[in-house]
Write a protein that binds this ligand. Structure first.
Ligand code: SF4
Length: 440
């Protein structure tokens, strides 16, 4: 098989892995313009310093021995199969790198016979790149659940970031949908990598030239909407993974019904993209804003709100805590105010050392006043002319897209006809919105 054809098949087969964000564009170059984007294989990821980097995102092989129901590459699915040899893939990476198409590699694979065999082949690719070509670009490698820890260690010494996909948010769903995988086989490499990363950071303090093990840490991905777990369950799980294994990121991937399966949502079910988006927002609050999963949701309110982002929803549910005097509030309190981000909270603390802040100063600092004005006092006073109608406040809490779901006109909340067929989650969220206490 031609190398191009292999690249097309294996780049396409890798696109459902969200653990490295994919551009998914396909654009030809044209006269008078520069560059082109091809669907197979180039994706974007973000470095620790916020830089966007392009990665070649491919599978080593999609000839997988496993039969995970949600996966397009599963053994029982009738799709074209292809495998790179380690040499082919290493050479391809170098060619792309030399032409400046990519800055690194995101390497995953279906299970080629056994996890150990797959891992050995992945190591062979990285060895050629690192040892023969002296390639110093970024490499993200997927650990294969069930592989020998010694092989995981070799892989981690060659890659910058490692990840092992948890796939399903509960072991019951994993057993049902991925019969060849077990919770233990997934968590064991995660645990092993977390220990090695910790051990390595200690070694590096003592010996500056100690070999680095996955210096960019580890991440994971789980599929949303293929199984019945609630947002609350997913957030609790993510929180546990961050705390226990020190993960850098948990990626959420809305389930796309690519191949029909009796255990999965039907082919016409739209991917739950709004839910995926809300989970990322809530995840951000867990990682950078000091929230716990139990504060955002509970067993009774187990779904994230479709119309309000998790921080606005939390603030409206805790209206009694507001308004806060911006010149006295602690850092933790400021971080919980809608419209105040991590940067603006820090700037407020710095600026108010010099003198008490005014509303104008807050605006200059970068506070999103549209939202924050409802939750703050400045020098003991509300913002002059604050509009206190419920619908105006709710509109300020919503993004453009969220507002489209909820039509706000002449102070009246009206339902869009589109929502006549909405699910129970949407309907109860609408009812809740109309009865939420306001911080006024
Ligand atoms: S192990 Fe499962 S998820 Fe991974 S490629 Fe094979 S079938 Fe797909």
């Amino acid at each position: 098989m031609e190398l191009n054809e292999k690249l097309r098949i294996l780049g396409d087969a890798a696109k459902y892995d969200a653990a490295c964000t994919s551009s998914g564009t396909d654009r030809k170059g044209s006269r008078g313009s520069m560059g082109s984007a091809h669907a197979s294989g180039i994706c974007h990821s973000f470095a620790g310093d916020g830089r966007c980097i392009s990665l070649l995102k491919v599978l080593l092989s999609n000839a997988c021995a496993y039969d995970c129901a949600y996966c397009v590459n599963r053994r029982s699915n009738d799709v074209p199969r292809a495998s790179f040899t380690p040499r082919e893939l290493a050479d391809l990476t170098m060619q792309f790198y030399r032409r400046n198409y990519i800055e690194g590699l995101f390497l995953s694979s279906g299970v080629i016979g056994t996890p150990d065999n797959t891992c050995e082949k992945m190591i062979a690719v990285l060895r050629i790149l690192r040892e023969e070509y002296r390639f110093r670009g970024y490499i993200h490698a997927k650990a294969i659940p069930g592989a020998d820890p010694i092989l995981i260690r070799h892989l981690g010494l060659l890659a910058d970031r490692m990840s092992v996909n948890i796939e399903m948010p509960s072991s019951a769903s994993l057993t049902r949908l991925a019969p060849n995988k077990t919770k233990k086989a997934i968590l064991a490499p995660m645990d092993y990598m977390s220990q090695r990363i910790e051990e390595n950071s200690r070694d590096l303090v003592r010996y500056r030239h100690a070999p680095k093990f996955a210096p960019a840490g580890q991440s994971t991905q789980m599929i949303i909407g293929a199984s019945p777990e609630t947002d609350y369950h997913i957030l609790k799980l993510s929180e546990g993974l961050y705390r226990r294994y020190g993960l850098k990121r948990v990626f959420f991937s809305a389930y796309v019904p690519v191949v029909p399966h009796p255990l999965l949502p039907g082919a016409d079910t739209p991917p739950p993209l709004w839910r995926e988006h809300r989970l990322y927002q809530a995840d951000w609050l867990l990682r950078f804003y000091g929230f716990d999963a139990d504060e955002l949701l509970d067993e009774e309110h187990a779904a994230l709100h479709p119309y309000l982002d998790p921080k606005c929803h939390w603030a409206l549910r805790h209206s009694g805590l507001f308004p806060l005097e911006v010149n006295r509030a602690s850092h933790e309190e400021l971080l919980r105010v809608p419209g105040i981000g991590a940067k603006s909270a820090w700037r407020i603390l710095q600026a108010r050392r010099a003198c008490p802040l005014s509303w104008d100063a807050l605006e200059k600092i970068g506070v999103v006043m549209k939202r924050a004005q409802y939750f703050l006092l400045c020098r003991g006073k509300r913002k002059p002319g604050l509009e206190t109608r419920r619908n105006t406040l709710l509109a300020a809490m919503m993004s453009e897209r969220e507002r489209k779901r909820y039509l706000l006109e002449s102070g009246e909340v009206q339902q869009l006809s589109l929502f006549e067929q909405e699910t129970a989650t949407f309907l109860s969220a609408r009812r809740e919105l109309e009865s939420l206490p306001l911080p006024l």
